[in-house]
Design a protein around this ligand. Structure first.
Ligand SMILES: [Zn+2]
Length: 502
C-alpha cells in the first residue's frame, strides 16, 4: 500500500483518531493521526522493538536504528534537527512529494507550516536521513510480505526482523495489547497503545494487498543477485560514468577538468553516498515489478473476491476488507485496556488468550489475523525465473498473458511514475553539497550541476530505454561498452530536473 492508502485505511478504521507516538510528559508527547502512523511505520521508520531489541524507549543516536517511537519523543527545531521528530514530519512531507498529494498541515497556517521555513541546508540533512532510511527499509522489506521466501540479505543486522507480514503484525500487536492493559491499570491514556497498534497495522494492511500476498520477494532478489553478482558495483560505475559524461556535456567548467578526474571523483562520491545501503541487485527491480503487476491487476482470493494493491486499494474488495481487519485490531486494544481498567494483571500469552476469548476469536489467531485473505489457486503464476535477463525480458509476466516482462518493466519506468520520481530524488542527495562531490575548488559547482547531470545522464536514460540501460550494467564486465553506446544513441531531450524543494 502507498503511504496515502495506508493513511486512508487507518483513518477510516479509527474514525480519524489522533494517537500519541511520543512519551507522557508535555515535552515528549507527539500527536499524529492513526493513519499517519500506519503509513510511516515500516516504510519510513522501524516500528519499534524487534528481534533482539526489546526496548526502544531511549532515544538512541543510531541514525538507521532509531525507531518511530524513539524519534517522536525528541522535540525538533522547525524541521532542521536530525535525530528528532523533525524526521517524522519530514517523512510526511516526502510522502506528499513522492506521491504527488496535498497535506494541508504544510499549508500556511497549518500545523506543520513552520517546518517548511527552517534553514534549507539543515532541512536537507534531515531529508537525506529520511530518504536513506526509506530506501534501506524498502530494500530489506521482506517482512511486509505474506510469504517472502526467506530473507533477502541473510545476516544483515535488522534486516526483515520479523520474517513475514503476519508475524510482524502478531508481534507488534502483542506489544500494543501489553501497553493497553498496563495503561488501563493505571487509568492512563489509551492513545499511546493505539499508536503502537497503528504501527503494527502497517503490516496487517500490507497483507491485504495483492502485490504482497504471493510475491516471493526475497527469493526473487536472491535468485537474480546470484545470477548477476556484480550488479551493484556495476550500477555504481554506470551512475558515475553517465553523470560525469553528462556533466561534461552540460557545462564548460567540467570540460576544463581532466576527464578521468571527473569520473573518479563522481564514482568516489557515489560509493561514499551509497555505503549504508544494502547491495541492490537486478532482483530488486524485478521484485518491485512483479509486486506492482499484481497490485495493478489484482488477485482472486478464496471466496472469489478480487483484491488489488499499491495505488489500486480502492478497487475490488481490498479497502473494505483491510478496514474491517484494522477495526478488529483496534477492538482488541480496547479489550486489553478494559481488562487493565478492571484490575487485570495478565501479561504475555494469558493476556492474549483473554483478548481472543473476549472477541470470539479462535484460540490461535487474533481476529484481525484471521481476516487476512488467502490467494486462490486459480491465479496465473508469476514467471520470475529465467536463465538470463534477456530471456526473462521476452517472456510473459504471468501465466501465458500477452504482456511480456519487458513491456511491464518499461511501463514501470514511466517518467511520471512513482519509481522514477523516487530514483530522481535520490540523485539530489547523491550529489548535494555535503561531502559528496566535495572536491576542492569544484565542489560547489559540482553540487549545483550534479543533480541535473544524474537526472539527464542516468535517470532519463533508464526511463527512456530500460532494456539497454539495464543490459549495459549487467554486461559491464563483458565489454559492455557497445551496449552502453546503444543506450546513448538516442539522447533524451534535456529537461530541468522535475524534483521540487521540500
Ligand atoms: Zn509496507
Amino acid at each position: 500500500m502507498n503511504g496515502n492508502e495506508h493513511r486512508a485505511v487507518g483513518d477510516a478504521a479509527s474514525g480519524g483518531a489522533l494517537v500519541n507516538v511520543g512519551g507522557t510528559t508535555a515535552q515528549a508527547q507527539f500527536w499524529l493521526g492513526f493513519g499517519d502512523v500506519m503509513a510511516l511505520s515500516g516504510d519510513y521508520f522501524r516500528p519499534g522493538p524487534s528481534a533482539g531489541r526489546r526496548d526502544d524507549s531511549h532515544a538512541d543516536g543510531g541514525e538507521h536504528i532509531a525507531t518511530l517511537f524513539s524519534l517522536a519523543r525528541v522535540p525538533g527545531e522547525r524541521g532542521t534537527k536530525p535525530g528528532t521528530r523533525d524526521e517524522i514530519v519530514c517523512a510526511l512531507r516526502v510522502m506528499t512529494v513522492d506521491e504527488a498529494c496535498v497535506d494541508a498541515r504544510f499549508a500556511p497556517g497549518g500545523e506543520f507550516a513552520d517546518f517548511t521555513r527552517g534553514a534549507q541546508r539543515s532541512r536537507r540533512d534531515v531529508e537525506r536521513r529520511v530518504r536513506d532510511r526509506h530506501l534501506i527499509l524498502a530494500a530489506t522489506n521482506d517482512d511486509h510480505f505474506v510469504d517472502p521466501g526467506g530473507t533477502t540479505h541473510p545476516g544483515r543486522a535488522g534486516s526483515a526482523a520479523f520474517g513475514s507480514a503476519p508475524v510482524a503484525y502478531r508481534r507488534l500487536h502483542e506489544v500494543a495489547l501489553e501497553q493497553a492493559c498496563r495503561l488501563g491499570r493505571v487509568h492512563g491514556d489509551a492513545a499511546q497503545a493505539l499508536a503502537r497498534e497503528a504501527a503494527a497495522q502497517h503490516f496487517l494492511t500490507d497483507a491485504f494487498t495483492a502485490g504482497h500476498m504471493r510475491t516471493p520477494v526475497a527469493q526473487i532478489r536472491r535468485f537474480w543477485r546470484a545470477r548477476y553478482p556484480t550488479f551493484w558495483q556495476d550500477l555504481q560505475g554506470r551512475v558515475a560514468a553517465d553523470t560525469a559524461a553528462t556533466l561534461r556535456e552540460l557545462t564548460r567548467a567540467a570540460r576544463l577538468a581532466p576527464e578521468r578526474f571527473l569520473h573518479d571523483a563522481t564514482l568516489a562520491a557515489v560509493r561514499r553516498r551509497t555505503e549504508p545501503y544494502p547491495q541492490l541487485s537486478v532482483g530488486d527491480f524485478l521484485a518491485r515489478l512483479f509486486h506492482d503487476w499484481d497490485n495493478a491487476h489484482g488477485l482472486e482470493i478464496e471466496g472469489g473476491d478480487l483484491v488489488f494493491g499499491d495505488g489500486h486499494v480502492h478497487e475490488g474488495a481490498t479497502r473494505g476488507l483491510a478496514v474491517a481487519a484494522a477495526r478488529a485490531g483496534i477492538d482488541d486494544v480496547a479489550v486489553a485496556f478494559g481488562l487493565g481498567e478492571a484490575g487485570s494483571r495478565l501479561t504475555g500469552e494469558p493476556l492474549y488468550r483473554a483478548v481472543r476469548a473476549a472477541t470470539g476469536a479462535c484460540d490461535r489467531l487474533f481476529r484481525p489475523e484471521s481476516m487476512i485473505p488467502r490467494t486462490s489457486a486459480r491465479n496465473p503464476p508469476q514467471n520470475w525465473r529465467a536463465p538470463d535477463f534477456e530471456s526473462l525480458w521476452d517472456g510473459p509476466i504471468v501465466g501465458s498473458c500477452a504482456t511480456t516482462v519487458g513491456e511491464a518493466l518499461t511501463e514501470m519506468m514511466d517518467p511520471d511514475g512513482l519509481f522514477i520520481r523516487q530514483l530522481d530524488r535520490l540523485g539530489r542527495s547523491l550529489v548535494d553539497a555535503r561531502g559528496l562531490l566535495a572536491v576542492p575548488l569544484l565542489g560547489g559547482w559540482l553540487a549545483r550541476n550534479g543533480a541535473a547531470a544524474y537526472h539527464r545522464g542516468f535517470v532519463e536514460r533508464l526511463a527512456a530505454q530500460p532494456r539497454q540501460a539495464i543490459l549495459s550494467v549487467i554486461h559491464a564486465d563483458a565489454g559492455g561498452e557497445g551496449v552502453a553506446g546503444d543506450a546513448r544513441a538516442a539522447p533524451a531531450p534535456f529537461v530541468i530536473p522535475r524534483t521540487r524543494e521540500l
